[in-house]
Design a protein around this ligand. Structure first.
Ligand code: GDD
Ligand code: MN
Length: 388
């Protein structure tokens, strides 16, 4: 018998036939993780519809909210005050659908977990069937799929269909994932399978299922069940060009990331671009406007560093992007870190050169030491991202 510890029934423990605390407050068999950003207008409907379709199964809903300005977290907590099956994990100063799902899954003890969007585009009525098949067929993962027979995306523009298909083919080819809809954000899996993969996950961007399938060390038993992707209930999609960039980062991380951290690759590319910006600014000021060399070089350095800061803030550290006033402190700490990096760069290069090292090698060694320093120090002090 399923007995929920609702606030509304404070005496449930006393009256329950299973009168031990353990029996009454058993963990749910299914936790549904719902990442949210600005979904205040949807969360009540999610709770209502999930409750309506789950029958007497034991479940909980974990909303993982990235401190949405529309107060989604407060809305979830208000729902949780009436129903303890509804919980909120609120993350501050962080963004990202995948990492939100990972943290939501880590926050529950349920033996089976599902991931579902908050905007009701994923059909919650599929959840009972997913759970049943997962258990009866001994599967690791069940995917709500738009691309198996019976599923679909009615109402999508031709362009969106084309982009989605292209991204799917990229994922399938690059990461050797052979299911029809690895880009789906709607799936269920056993905790065991999740625990096996969690340390290998990239946690970048939107594609958590693809991340899981590509990271698993063993072949997961997967089944796809069709569903029809619905219209968004309320609010706006967060899909933008940044999401496409996140996808590129995920593909890089899952392929070359094994050897070099993907953030370091992007950071270095931005650095290379910075050299170009530096030379252009220098040429403009010194040659074009006739300014003095020292003043031109100093200005070019500051322009290149600032440009690099903004690009890194947008591309390399999207998930930890500094905004508003925090950007000023970030910019200053970045310039400071890179200045010390430049001193180290020149110091190492001169030291090697004077020890009879070929000039190109001396210079390259200096550049590498400077780049690694800039990367490591700015990761910690500018973007506060020590671990990843
Ligand atoms: N916590 C958190 N942080 N949640 C986020 C973030 C974020 O940075 N960005 C988006 N979300 C939440 C949204 O609030 C929503 O509940 C869900 O993630 C999906 O975001 P949408 O903006 O609705 O994305 P979509 O509809 O374009 O794409 C979805 O469907 C695709 C097809 O199934 C996603 O689930 C994709 O992963 C999926 O491929
Ligand atoms: Mn959506």
């Amino acid at each position: 018998m399923a007995v929920y510890c609702r606030r509304a029934d404070p005496f449930v423990i006393a009256v329950s036939p299973e009168s031990s605390m353990n029996a009454v407050c058993r963990p749910p068999e299914l936790a549904i993780i719902v990442p949210t950003f600005n979904e205040a207008g949807n969360v009540a409907a999610v709770v209502e519809r999930v409750a309506a379709c789950m029958g007497d199964r034991d479940w909980e809903l974990v909303f993982v909210d990235d401190d949405s300005p529309d107060a989604t977290a407060q809305a979830v907590r208000a729902l949780g005050r009436d129903d303890r099956r509804v919980r909120c994990v609120q993350r501050i100063g962080r963004r990202g659908l995948s990492s939100a799902c990972i943290e939501g899954i880590l926050s529950t003890t349920a033996p089976v977990v599902a991931v579902m969007d908050a905007d009701l585009q994923h059909d919650e009525r599929l959840l009972p069937q997913m759970l049943q098949e997962l258990k009866s067929e001994n599967l690791d993962v069940v995917v709500g799929s738009r691309y198996v027979s019976g599923g679909g995306t009615p109402g999508w523009s031709r362009n969106r269909v084309r982009i989605s298909r292209l991204a799917t083919v990229f994922g399938q080819r690059f990461l050797a994932v052979d299911i029809k809809d690895p880009m789906s954000g709607f799936f269920m899996m056993t905790r065991e399978a999740f625990d096996d993969t969690v340390r290998q996950l990239s946690g970048i961007g939107f594609k958590i299922l693809l991340d899981i399938l590509a990271s698993s060390r063993r072949r997961l038993k997967v089944r796809e069940l069709p569903f029809t992707f619905r219209e968004r209930h309320s609010g706006e999609s967060k899909l933008d060009s940044g999401v496409a960039w996140d996808y590129v980062m995920l593909l890089m991380d899952k392929t070359v990331g094994r050897y070099v951290p993907v953030r370091f690759i992007v950071f270095s590319l931005v650095g290379g671009l910075g050299v170009l910006v530096h030379m252009l600014t220098l040429a403009l000021l010194f040659k074009g406007l006739g300014a003095g060399f020292a003043a031109s070089q100093l200005t070019a350095t500051l322009v290149a560093m600032s440009g690099n800061f903004f690009l890194n803030n947008y591309l390399t550290y999207r998930d930890r992007r500094l905004r508003g006033m925090k950007m000023i402190g970030g910019l200053l700490s970045f310039i400071l870190a890179c200045s010390v990096g430049a001193v180290a760069n020149v110091g190492i290069a001169v030291y090697l050169f004077e020890a009879d090292t070929f000039w190109v090698l001396s210079a390259v060694a200096g550049v590498i030491v400077g780049a690694v320093w800039n990367y490591a120090v700015s990761a910690v002090y500018t973007w506060n991202a020590a671990s990843r």
